[in-house]
Design a protein around this ligand. Structure first.
Ligand SMILES: C[S@@+](CC[C@H](N)C(=O)[O-])C[C@H]1O[C@@H](n2cnc3c(N)ncnc32)[C@H](O)[C@@H]1O
Length: 218
């Protein structure tokens, strides 16, 4: 079932990250501060940050949701790309990790666009739906704990306008470098197949970082 490719994914990622990324000084500083943490691999890579910024601009997004903020690097990329009157609702359970990003958000002058909600993301998303916010958002980035991805996806789908975009990270976590084939029993593969069959959206996976799934709400 595996398709052969002549392209070396690590070399491609390294080329893109070394040549195409134009991070702000603050983005670089926050990424480097986060890199000192033991779980620093949770933050998106610079190419993913740049890709998210580009998507925000290309979709003319004004209101966005982030599920999983960690130390705030992806939020900094998203909020910087949003217009002056834009809004980013960030969902995370960690005060400690998100506090690392706050001074950078302030220095970048995007703190007024960011509304951080410290609570399980399902609660925050349900609250938004209960408050009548369904169909009011342009963009959602999902990058928190992985097993509830279907629940995050469904709620973000509800919160998006038609024409809105959901981006999900780590969507290829079931594909291991040293494996001969894909793990078809992995929940992430099942999730991808369910999105493929979801005729409310058009969807595609792109191989940026650990693999990102893009779903466009029809
Ligand atoms: C992969 S990290 C996010 C990385 C971030 N997007 C970045 O690029 O820096 C996952 C985050 O999800 C948060 N998280 C885990 N479970 C959660 C839940 N049930 N609700 C909200 N956030 C959660 C963790 O605290 C962690 O900060």
């Amino acid at each position: 079932m595996a398709f052969k490719s002549n392209l070396k994914s690590e070399l491609i990622a390294s080329y893109i990250n070394q040549t195409m990324i134009q991070e702000s000084e603050l983005q670089q500083q926050l990424r480097e501060e986060t890199a000192k943490l033991p779980n620093s691999n949770m933050q998106v890579s610079p190419d993913q940050g740049a890709f998210l910024s580009l998507l925000i601009k290309m979709t003319h997004a004004r209101r966005a949701i982030e599920v999983g903020t960690f130390t705030g690097y992806s939020a900094l990329c998203l909020a910087t790309a949003l217009p002056h009157d834009g809004q980013l609702i960030c969902c995370d359970v960690s005060d400690e990790w998100t506090s690392i990003g706050k001074p950078y958000w302030k220095q970048a002058d995007v703190d007024s666009k960011i509304d951080l909600r410290i609570a399980p993301a399902i609660e925050t998303l349900d609250q938004l739906i209960e408050q009548g916010q369904a169909g009011q958002f342009d963009f959602a980035f999902i990058d928190a704990d992985k097993p509830p991805y279907p629940d995050y996806y469904e709620r973000c789908y509800t919160l998006l306008k038609h024409g809105g975009v959901i981006v999900l990270d780590n969507i290829l976590m079931h594909i291991k470098d040293d494996a001969e084939d894909y793990d078809m029993d992995h929940f992430m593969h099942e999730f991808n197949m369910n999105v493929r069959e979801d005729d409310r959206v058009d969807a595609m996976i792109v191989g940026v970082g650990g693999g990102m799934l893009l779903a466009w709400k029809k």
